[in-house]
Design a binder for this molecule. Structure first.
Ligand code: PXG
Length: 295
């Protein structure tokens, strides 16, 4: 059976699911989205994803015409409608159909799209071997230009950074903010693992960039912070530089698609011993167990 896409209240077969060429989502990237997973037929952290979608919308002065609980119910339904158990869901809310000018007031009704389908981001051997990354020359957008906390349809900075990675033949790119501090990767958040220090009472220290460091505040990131804290690690949200990444014992990324994946090389430097480390493997094991039991 083919996939059906939900658009503004109706299901359409994948090939017939279309929006207007006057939709400002297409003309201007004017809209917001979410990428969500379902495991064993249950949508992972649905409430958190819906909340972030409405916050992104609010930040761009877009009023989503249905309440949050209805949105959540429709997302849930789209997975069941397509008889999926392991799913990747894309929710898109655009400014809607308007005229050829920028003015969002010319778009009377936002377009809501729910795609429940499947993806596989990285093949299994990448989890075994770890990723090779470089620093992108393209910086993350300035928070007062387009705040990276907004999951907007305007992903060009991330795509241009990704293109740099493709040209260099690596798997991912680390994006910096305008001051040169580490922000995030093109589609994932950044974590590093270090040895216990004076304040960590013998525990490994896990560091990740804080919410206002020019990052999307990842749902996976937040889940991993909770899991790591529950497992007794000392987790800190701190400003990081490339030096911190180069000299870390372990380096890993988190995201809905990738879940938790190790980085073993950055800008030609081996990270730690050049292999996925024990803390990363421990957390990936815990994460996979966690999603199995409903998260
Ligand atoms: N940072 C950015 C810039 C992202 O786009 C994340 C972090 C991780 O957030 P979550 O909530 O997923 O833990 C994302 C989300 C892709 C793709 O195809 C990836 C994302 C979004 C859209 C497409 O790689 N990642």
């Amino acid at each position: 059976m083919g996939i059906d896409i939900w658009i503004d209240g109706k299901y359409y077969p994948k090939d017939e699911a279309k929006v207007s060429v006057y939709d400002h989502g297409l003309l201007y990237g004017d809209g917001v989205f979410e990428g969500i997973r379902a495991y064993h037929g249950k949508v992972f952290r649905l409430t958190e994803h819906v909340e972030r979608l409405y916050q992104s919308a609010k930040a761009i002065w877009l009023e989503i015409p249905i309440p949050k609980d209805e949105m959540a119910a429709k997302i849930d339904e789209a997975v069941k409608h397509n008889k999926l158990t392991e799913a990747y869901i894309r929710v898109v809310v655009t400014r809607g159909k308007g005229d050829l000018g920028l003015d969002p007031r010319k778009c009377p009704k936002p377009t809501i799209i729910i795609i429940a389908d499947t993806i596989q981001l990285y093949p299994p051997e990448f989890y075994e071997k770890g990723l090779d990354v470089i620093t992108a020359a393209t910086p993350i957008s300035h928070r007062e230009n387009l705040n990276p906390r907004i999951k907007s349809l305007n992903y060009l900075a991330h795509i241009l950074a990704k293109v740099e990675g493709i040209q260099a033949g690596v798997h991912e790119v680390v994006m910096l903010d305008h001051e040169g501090f580490v922000a995030e990767c093109s589609g994932d958040n950044v974590f590093i693992v270090g040895k216990p220090d004076r304040k960590s009472k013998g525990k490994n220290v896990i560091r990740t960039t804080p919410p206002n460091a020019g990052i999307l505040k990842g749902i996976t990131r937040d889940a991993v912070i909770e899991l790591a804290e529950d497992a007794g690690y000392d987790v800190r949200e701190e400003t990081l530089t490339r030096y911190d990444l180069y000299t870390a014992d372990e380096f890993f990324l988190t995201g809905t698609g990738a879940e938790i994946i190790s980085v073993v090389k950055m800008d030609g430097r081996s990270i730690g011993n050049g292999k996925p480390g024990p803390v990363t493997r421990d957390l990936l094991g815990r994460f996979r167990e966690f999603v199995k039991t409903g998260g």
